[in-house]
Design a protein around this ligand. Structure first.
Ligand code: NAP
Length: 294
């Protein structure tokens, strides 16, 4: 068997096009545009590229995009003051503080300072709690992207055995909550899991969110499973340059799986598209518009 490769770039482009249409419908009803503000502290080159792409794609979807760049020496009090200003600004629907933050800043304090109604990263405990209670919530973007890729690939989630490798608040825990909400039987594996290979072999759906290059091998995969690789690992390439690889050994896993995401070009492109979706959803909630009615 050779798995079908899930084209995350194409799914993300379709989603962004759908969002752009809905933004117009939102504007007609709310008489304003949804707005996203991204706060970048310091000069991490990867974050700068990511923030630039977010800005471009937000504007392409017809929304208002603002970027606030702060020096790497910014104190926690200064960043909290910026967040408070954005919380109070009626034109701002979504606030995203780009991680990682410099060492002098307590990341959790910043996450908790963001108004949960504007928390388009879905990391505030109020949103995480709502997600775990199965109540509508702003949900972290990468997990949302994983779910959309599974659905668009026709994977049967209800009743499936799903194994999520990783338990971060950013990916592992929220994607497990989304799978549970979709009626999968969910196992969350982590660095202390015994015999991870055997746990994975039980899975109809494997979500790898570990950050360990090609940890998951083909002989860990149940024939016919769906494999979603969230990992982004930069490693040395034969050319002497660097390349991105996932947490799954693609060739061996693709030989047994039914569907599989590549890295790059799988989950990655979905994250910004889902951020746009969350911004529109947050704007709808704030305007008391049902997002499903757009
Ligand atoms: P993280 O916070 O470092 O969490 C990694 C998780 O993997 C932890 O729960 C850890 O277990 C577990 N783990 C580590 N080594 C393991 C092992 N040998 N066996 C089993 N589990 C192990 O990472 P993250 O933020 O969730 O990100 C995970 C990966 O996804 C990274 O490569 C990251 O770059 C990527 N990512 C991609 C996107 C995207 O847009 N595609 C977005 C976010 C993240 P413990 O809890 O026991 O330590």
């Amino acid at each position: 068997m050779t798995a079908t490769r899930i084209d995350g770039k194409a799914v993300a482009a379709d989603l962004r096009a759908e969002i752009a249409v809905k933004v117009k419908a939102f504007e007609a009803r709310a008489r304003r545009l949804p707005g996203l503000t991204v706060v970048l502290v310091g000069e991490d080159p990867a974050s700068e590229v990511y923030v630039r792409n977010k800005g471009i794609q937000t504007r392409e979807a017809g929304m208002v995009s603002n970027e606030i760049k702060l020096p790497g020496t910014t104190s926690q009090a200064e960043l909290l003051a910026v967040v408070a200003t954005l919380n109070a600004d009626p034109a701002v629907d979504g606030i995203l503080v780009q991680m990682p933050l410099p060492q002098q800043i307590d990341t959790q304090a910043i996450i908790e300072a963001i108004d949960p109604a504007k928390d388009v990263d879905g990391l505030h405990p109020a949103n995480a709690g709502r997600l775990n209670q199965g109540i509508e919530a702003l949900t972290p973007c990468t997990p949302l992207g994983c779910m959309i890729l599974l659905e668009k690939s026709g994977v049967q989630i209800a009743g499936a055995n799903a194994v999520v490798i990783g338990r971060s608040i950013l990916v592992g825990r929220p994607v497990a909550a989304l799978l549970l909400a979709a009626n999968a039987t969910v196992t969350i594996a982590h660095s202390r899991t015994r015999d991870l290979a055997a746990v994975c072999r039980q899975a109809d759906i494997v979500i790898a969110a570990v950050g360990k290059p090609e940890l998951v091998r083909g002989d860990w995969i149940k024939p016919g499973a769906a494999v979603i690789d969230v990992g982004i690992n930069r490693v040395a390439a034969d050319s002497g340059k660097t390349k991105l690889i996932g947490d799954v050994h693609y060739e061996s896993a693709a030989a047994v799986a039914d569907v599989i995401t590549p890295v790059p070009g799988g989950v990655g492109p979905m994250t910004i598209a889902c951020l746009l979706q969350n911004t529109l959803t947050a704007a709808c909630y704030r305007e008391k518009i049902d997002p499903k009615s757009l």
